[in-house]
Design a protein around this ligand. Sequence first.
Ligand SMILES: [Zn+2]
Ligand SMILES: [Zn+2]
Length: 295
Amino acid sequence: MFNRFRFGADLEQSKTEEDKEMPVAEPQAKRKPAEDAADRAAKHTKLTRKWQERYHSICDECFEKVIPCTHYADVPLRLLIVGHNPSENAWTSGFSYSNPSNRMWKLLMGDFHGRQWSGILPQDWSMTEQNVMPHGLGIGFSDLGHEAGNDAAAYGKAIMHRWKSEFYQRLQAHLERLRNSLHSNKEQNCDNIYGHGPLLVAFTGKRQYSFLFDPPLKRVDSGLQTSQSLPPDWPLPAACEVWVLPSSSGRAAMTDAARCKPYMDLAARLHEIPWPNAPNCTCSASTEAIKQEEM
Ligand SMILES: [Zn+2]
Ligand SMILES: [Zn+2]
């Protein structure tokens, strides 16, 4: 029954099989039939993608042409922000969290419902400067899934676990590109305790983090995760910190104070990291470079 929704080359072969499993993995009794996986996939293929992940900056021309930008190299990041999957708005605008109703940029800026703090982003930066944030601020962006969709809960366990593997592969490819550019030869000793990986990785929602586990975690606390609690196959060195932030979506009911606190804490942590010349940039040992949290 799903075959008639397949629109050819854009859909990966495995999608049909995985979509079939979704009702088992995540029963969504309230879900309307019109929002089922096949319809979603069909809708996804009709949207014109402009969105790209950002492990490195993207020049204007490559952004407009929607091609991987080779004009900027990967940079060792201070912070990698990991969303669930791009919204339809983000997919077509090219900018993460671009939906006008999404409050992520207010939370990143440190200006949310009358609360103000020194945010992750400086005040004079804006959402549309995402293309240069990797080299300008050491802040990169990715999403677990690279498929347009507005309803995170529509993605079941099978898809989430495939997305996890793909995310890990992209993260490892980022590290590989960095090693290739920073090391003069493959045998070079590298004592960097971060492996040149992002010093901080922040998941902008509990759902995509919980699905890094099998079975998915039933409960995730916001904020810094202890290194002992990370997924068993987590691909980054233990020195790289993992943070989980509450979703910026209004759907998750919580007080403003509770929503803002992890963003404030992460911003304070980020401000402790020197930029440029963050401690993941050189191969020499960097244990002293940023204060290690007590764990
Ligand atoms: Zn380019
Ligand atoms: Zn190195």
